[in-house]
Structures are given as structure tokens and as C-alpha cells.
Design a protein around this ligand. Structure first.
Ligand code: HEM
Length: 129
């Protein structure tokens, strides 16, 4: 039970920090502070790896041998998590080039809704006490 506890908290920590870093890179790009944006973006990419690894640990240690709806929801949750990372990267690339980031934000919103609805609303782990 202890390992599970640390895993969900590790995952929550990585994606909360990741989303904050994403917003910081966006703000730095808007201020044309390119050097700071580049460094922060590199740290953000490191967090993408931590998000995906901690999510994969949760999946393989809790859902790989489940079946039916739970298995399906855990697959959709995991894919939506990867999709959210991709959407953040897409938004930053477009903003960096000065192009419209609307398509990226649409994907960000859809993936975020899926991830929160499944992660907190449907799948059983949530935030363990
Ligand atoms: C920015 C991207 C992501 C966000 C915002 C996110 C968000 C969440 C949230 C809110 C939960 C429920 C609370 C928790 O136990 O941590 C969760 C759990 C989980 N996530 Fe993620 N996640 C992301 C990426 C990923 C990725 C890439 C994977 C898989 C490779 C993944 C797999 C899982 C699994 C298997 C769970 C456990 C489901 C449960 O029982 O609650 N996540 N995630």
C-alpha cells in the first residue's frame, strides 16, 4: 500500500509542476524573454518524462491485469495524459513561431477534461490519504 501511496503523489506532483512550468514558459515567450523561455522549456521537457514515467508506473502496477471498463478507462486516461503533454508542446511550438495556437488549446482542453474526469472521477486511486 505504501508504494501505491508514493506513486500517486509522485504522479500528482509531476503533472502539477509540469502544468505550472508550461504556463511559465508561455509567459516568458509572451515577454520575448527567449533565453529564460528556452531554459524553462528544457526543464519542462524533463518533467514530461517524469509525468509519463510516473503515469506508466501507476498503469503497470495497478491496471495492466484488470479487465472490462476499468482497463478501458485506464487506457483512455493514460492516452489522454500523453495527449495533454503533446498539446502543451504543440502550443509552445506555435506560440514560439508567432502562429495561432487555437488548435493546440482545443486539444489541451479536451485532454485535460478526459484526464481529470477519469483520474479523479472514475478511476479508483485518486489522492490516497
Ligand atoms: C499532464 C499530463 C497528466 C495529467 C494532468 C494527469 C492527471 C492525473 C490525475 C488527476 C490522476 C488521478 C490522481 C492520481 O492518482 O494521480 C491521474 C492518475 C493516473 N494517471 Fe495521469 N496524468 C497525466 C499523464 C499521465 C500519463 C502520460 C500516463 C500514462 C502513461 C498517466 C497514467 C495515469 C494512471 C494509470 C493513473 C491512475 C488512475 C487512478 O486510479 O486514479 N497519466 N493522472
Amino acid at each position: 500500500m505504501d508504494a501505491l501511496y508514493y506513486n500517486t503523489h509522485l504522479h500528482i506532483t509531476t503533472w502539477v509542476v509540469g502544468i505550472i512550468l508550461f504556463l511559465v514558459v508561455l509567459a516568458l515567450l509572451k515577454q520575448s524573454n527567449e533565453k529564460a523561455a528556452k531554459i524553462t522549456h528544457m526543464i519542462l521537457r524533463l518533467f514530461y518524462i517524469l509525468i509519463i514515467v510516473s503515469g506508466a508506473i501507476l498503469f503497470f502496477s495497478n491496471y495492466i491485469d484488470t479487465s472490462g471498463g476499468t482497463f478501458a478507462e485506464s487506457i483512455v486516461k493514460s492516452l489522454a495524459g500523453i495527449w495533454l503533454v503533446a498539446a502543451m508542446e504543440m502550443i509552445l511550438a506555435r506560440v514560439k513561431k508567432g502562429q495561432s495556437s487555437f488548435a493546440g488549446w482545443l486539444q489541451f482542453a479536451l485532454a485535460l477534461i478526459l484526464v481529470l474526469a477519469l483520474g479523479f472521477g472514475r478511476l479508483p486511486l485518486g489522492i490516497l490519504p
